[in-house]
Design a protein around this ligand. Sequence first.
Ligand code: NAP
Length: 339
Amino acid sequence: MSHKVRWGVLGAAAIAVRKVIPAMLKSSELEVVALASRDLGRAQAAAGQLGMPKVYGSYEELLADPEVEVIYNPLPNHLHVPWSIKCAEAGKHVLCEKPLSMTVEEARQLVAARDRTGVKIGEAFMVRTHPQWLRTREIVRSGQIGDPRLINSTFTYFNRNPENIRNIREYGGGGLMDIGCYPITMSRFIFEREPARVLALFDRDPDSGIDRLTSAILDFSPGQTIFGCSTQLVPNQRFEVLGTTGRVEIEIPYNAPPDQPTRIQIDDGRELGGRSARTETFEVCDQYTIQGEVFSAAIRGDRPVPVPLEDAFANMAVIEALFRSGDTNRWEKPVSLAG
Ligand SMILES: NC(=O)c1ccc[n+]([C@@H]2O[C@H](COP(=O)([O-])OP(=O)(O)OC[C@H]3O[C@@H](n4cnc5c(N)ncnc54)[C@H](OP(=O)(O)O)[C@@H]3O)[C@@H](O)[C@H]2O)c1
């Protein structure tokens, strides 16, 4: 390790203050040196609680701070690309929250800004570097479950607060953008290819207009993903990969707890109900600490960006094709970055 990478944070977002910054502060490989909020008092309160040295009452001041090398962008979805472009133009690397953008066109603009400025930009899918996911992909690659053919996932919670960004349509709210993006990215990660076509069914909240229940099929021929996501159902998370001879299931796939071991089950199906499954357990780790460390290593040039914009673009292309499918009631093809 040559130096501690110096991070700044854009906005006193709940995810930043409650999870990502505390996790990053546990690392000896990086520093979180500054936090900016639209409101100086809010920045001071959050930074004080976290023991962070520097605060700003505007995002522009953070971008002008020469000490900051990389910015974590946890703004609402409609501000991901506009502010990530401003960061890039200020010469800062960016770790941008998911989902990357509002549209594929917007994602294309961010790719252009990255290529123009030469900074590194990645999408903050912390799941992609958690050991339980790396191991699941290794098991699938090794042939232990035969040929992987079906991924089955659900991601649900209950939140009808009209002030929450997830319930504001113009901010990029709704279940598919907030949580449907996870089964999409992890299906692409496990199958290691892109779906050729996708199909979706949406149920929208009559008051806010956001999608509150979504079902989707992704065609990875010869594999398939079916997933459901909802912002108005009992909290639940599930991800399993079924192959010709076995099945792997990740017990808590997306919000892996930072203070308890996590588990996956590998099942040859001799007995139904998972009774013939063997369990693999992973030591306690915080996926947000790992995310900060691997992105810092990418900035030092020690490894590639974990979820680069090409990957984030492909995820957005699936999301956008699913929205199109909801309108047309037909299969839709995700567009490619090449055009
Ligand atoms: N990777 C994960 O595990 C994970 C988990 C949760 C959320 N997320 C993502 O993180 C992002 C933030 O989610 P969150 O739940 O933390 O949201 P949040 O608490 O509402 O935070 C968003 C922040 O953006 C700033 N902001 C700037 N303009 C705003 C506007 N017009 N309206 C509202 N806020 C505005 C605010 O900071 P200031 O007022 O301080 O400037 C606000 O605190 C979303 O993109 C979400 O998808 C990721």
